[in-house]
Design a protein around this ligand. Sequence first.
Ligand code: FPP
Length: 240
Amino acid sequence: MSSNQPATADKLPQHIAIIMDGNGRWAQARGKKRVFGHKAGMERAREMAEICGELGVKYLTLFAFSSENWNRPADEVSFLMELFATSLKNESKKLHKNNVQLKVIGDKAGFDKGLQKAIDKAEALTADNDGLTLYIAANYGGRWDILQASQKLLKSNEQITEANLSQYLATGDAPDPDLLIRTGGEKRISNFLLWQAAYSELYFSDALWPDFDSEHLKLALADYAQRQRRFGKTGEQVTG
Ligand code: FPP
């Protein structure tokens, strides 16, 4: 058993989604530029994927760049794009070795050709892996996702049902997230997996993302294990 195995492994979420917030504040608290925090945040994202894979979590979705993040100062946006491209190039072999399947979800057409190519290459390399599925949400918005799925559903001429629409969402291959974590102290969804999070358990941590280590994750998992998931039913119906 790995040392990262929590006491509550019987109630381990199959799919964890994370809004990685607080990189900028983490850097500023150290008298550094915001981008320094993004670099530390990237390291933390890599570590989180490793821990989740070891724990046996099947799906991890990380919110790396929202459709709205283009409005940040130009130098911060270009740093994030470069960090994304370099990380894809440097990390994909290791991810592959760890049996991780990487998928980038979001409007990829918004990225430059070099980054699109790096994404395609990393996705192709890891396509047949059956360990952790790691979704990186980049140029992603929940409303965009519902719109693009609706357009595909209309084109398909299938019946307009929840199940038919769900399959066209960017995370169509995965079950909805069981646990949605947001770090950095804010308590909002920020246009993340709007449809998919309908019944997710929400967990808000005050820790800034670069500080969110395996101990923080264990706390979140222990909290999740205490929750009674009712999906609209009564407590008696669920336990009885
Ligand atoms: C939010 O912190 C973080 C982001 C907008 C970017 C997240 C990016 C990373 C963690 C690095 C890249 C990761 C991958 C997987 C490619 P913030 O800047 O809003 O922090 P603040 O609220 O303190 O300003």
